[in-house]
Design a protein. Structure first.
Ligand code: DC
Length: 238
């Protein structure tokens, strides 16, 4: 297991799809100056690789071929312009927008259920934490990637609220999607994430539950900063 530096802080934010984990994790990283890693983006990038290389075709994933080619998949986070927030790159190309399509979303649960994919990405995530304090969001951060994280948060909200948020987001970006398709995708991803054999989505026993159904981003940020303060991880932020 990768050891974190003793004076660095690891914050694990897990939870259901479309709970706004990345929005709050990003805001927290801006506030604290910690590195932010969107681990869902990493699984989406592997899925995009499979789609672009004919490993997913006609709706079918060729698992053996993906495993064979896994060494060809390079994933990193880098600034696209000096000073901008780091964005996900697949083999040195920025794919931040491409990985957000509904098509990628509809295959990502299948790809993320594959053991060798998880092993590769978990190892990368642990390496990323070696250089300083970090916030990671995902499904297995507090249970598998960093079971010793300094603070674990489990974010959730009812499916219809999450589907409406994701639908509004896609529409705002100009996608032509139907609400029912987005709802079905969110519900299906919950089912797959919770029922897969490899690292299923679970609340870690020591994670704090944040139901953000009726909370804005700033309220969530203050909620987390309060928990950090209670644990002595930050002092006097208010
Ligand atoms: O957070 P997201 O919706 O971008 O994640 C995309 C998918 O990746 C999600 O359906 C489950 C998977 N995932 C995972 O299995 N483990 C993680 N640590 C992060 C995401």
């Amino acid at each position: 297991m990768q050891q974190k530096k003793s004076n660095t802080i690891v914050i694990a934010i897990d939870g259901h799809s479309s709970t706004g984990k990345s929005t709050v994790a990003k805001a927290l990283s801006d506030r604290l100056g910690f590195t932010y890693i969107d681990t869902g983006a990493m699984y989406r990038a592997v899925t995009l690789f499979a789609m672009q290389n004919g490993i997913i075709s006609n709706g079918i994933l060729d698992q053996a071929r993906l495993e064979e080619q896994i060494g060809r998949i390079g994933i990193s986070f880098a600034e696209t312009q000096p000073g901008s927030a780091p964005q996900i790159h697949l083999n040195s190309r920025c794919v931040e927008n491409d990985i957000r399509s509904l098509e990628v979303a509809s295959y990502v649960s299948t790809v993320s259920a594959i053991k060798s994919v998880r092993e590769k990405l978990v190892s990368l995530q642990r390496d990323m934490a070696a250089s300083g304090s970090i916030i990671l969001d995902g499904r297995d951060i507090g249970t598998v990637v960093f079971p010793g994280a300094d603070l674990k948060i489990f974010m959730t909200a009812p499916v219809d609220i999450r589907a409406k948020r994701r639908y509004d987001e896609l529409i705002a970006k100009g996608s032509d999607v139907a609400y029912q398709d987005v709802y079905d995708n969110v519900a299906e991803r919950d089912r797959q994430d919770e029922n897969r054999a490899e690292s299923p989505l679970r609340k870690a026993h020591d994670a704090l539950v944040l139901d953000n159904s009726a909370m804005c981003k700033d309220e969530q940020l203050v909620w987390i900063l309060n928990k950090m303060q209670e644990k002595g991880l930050v002092a006097g932020f208010l």
